[in-house]
Design a protein around this ligand. Structure first.
Ligand SMILES: Cc1cc2nc3c(=O)[nH]c(=O)nc-3n(C[C@H](O)[C@H](O)[C@H](O)COP(=O)(O)O)c2cc1C
Length: 333
């Protein structure tokens, strides 16, 4: 079995190791969602530290999908140049780069969008500020198109891959959760109905990416709230995501957020990731307060996950991969 510092090929994109920087919002963008020099410094430092893949933070695909101040946006072509500077900087320092695309749906913030948020149904997700209205099918089609256009912009800018944000109570996750999706049309109801909108987004984004550019999916594999999507349903959903064309499943959980404020145990989502890995063929990323190189190497060698994401660890220590290689006695490629 390969270890943490072995390469992995994902649809022709070769990662030099299996250490991943997961998407983490920096709130460093301009008011319009543009890239700043602070972003360049932040991501270059982590790329220089030796991480194989950086997944750039959640980036909104439509203006009415913004959730927070300083959030990155890629909703118009004029934003491509800034993003290109960012991806070139990451590549110069030797890492591959993916961009996480999102729409906040029912969690979008009126203070930035100037309008009432809209999600699958008139149900506020955990931490949603306003009561949302239900999206009309025509609006959903516009959002599908916007995800595709943002993916095309990410490709134009030079990204190696795109990730869809389908966790933590954002729009794609809102559709999948029976708590926030109460629709009675074909986009609600059973698991297949609730997956219909995310699947349409996946298909459109894949169409824009073409061959050879992998699609990652940040998958909230368990809502972790009463009445929400269960772990077992999450495993079934993961198989359907794979079938729809997703190339890598990046596991997280929690309808109310990523859980990093609640959980402290090392590898708190690794068993969730393993449960998904057991039922899919595509690579799976594990996460959750992973700080020890020996532990990370072991979960890869034991085949529990294929890649390991280090969030807080890379925020506090950009050079962690070098230190990890030294501890494990391996040469960094
Ligand atoms: C400051 C911060 C911002 C985050 N922003 C995002 C985000 O934009 N998209 C996302 O999918 N997860 C986000 N997360 C969750 C992380 O990707 C990761 O899953 C979480 O921090 C757990 O990993 P860790 O314990 O190694 O930090 C964020 C986490 C933190 C701490």
């Amino acid at each position: 079995m390969p270890g943490l510092f072995d390469t992995i090929d994902i649809n022709g994109v070769k990662l030099k190791n299996r250490l991943v920087m997961p998407p983490m919002a920096t709130k460093m963008a301009t008011e319009e969602g543009g890239v700043t020099d602070r972003h360049l410094r932040h991501y270059m430092a982590r790329a220089r530290g030796g991480v194989g893949l950086i997944i750039v933070e959640h980036t909104y695909v439509l203006k009415n999908g913004q959730m927070s101040a300083g959030q990155l946006g890629l909703y118009e072509d004029r934003l491509i140049d800034g993003v290109r500077r960012l991806v070139e900087a990451i590549h110069r320092e030797g890492a591959k780069a993916a961009m996480q695309l999102t729409h906040a749906g029912a969690k979008a913030a009126r203070e930035f969008t100037g309008e009432q948020p809209a999600g699958p149904s008139e149900v506020a997700p955990p931490k949603g500020k306003d009561l949302p209205r239900a999206l009309r099918v025509g609006e959903m089609q516009q959002i599908v198109k916007a995800f595709g256009e943002a993916a095309r912009r990410a490709m134009d800018a030079g990204f190696d891959a795109v990730e869809l944000h389908g966790a933590h109570g954002f729009l794609l996750c809102q559709f999948l959760s029976p708590l926030t999706n109460r629709r009675s049309d074909k986009f609600g109801g059973d698991l297949d109905g609730r997956l219909r909108f995310p699947t349409e987004v996946i298909k459109e984004v894949k169409r824009q990416l073409g061959e050879g550019s992998p699609l990652f999916y940040r998958f909230g594999a368990d809502d972790m709230v009463d009445g929400g999507m269960t772990r077992e349903e999450g495993r079934q959903a993961a198989q359907r995501l794979e079938h729809a064309g997703v190339d890598v499943i990046d596991i997280s959980g929690g309808l109310g957020g990523s859980g990093h404020e609640r959980f402290t145990e090392q590898g708190y989502y690794v068993s969730l990731a393993q449960g998904v890995k057991e039922v899919v063929k595509v690579p799976v990323i594990g996460v959750g307060n992973i700080t020890e190189p020996e532990y990370a190497d072991r979960i890869v060698r034991e085949g529990r996950v294929d890649l390991v994401a280090f969030g807080h660890k890379l925020l506090s220590d950009p050079d962690f991969p070098k230190e990890a290689a030294r501890k494990l006695g391996v040469e960094m490629g």
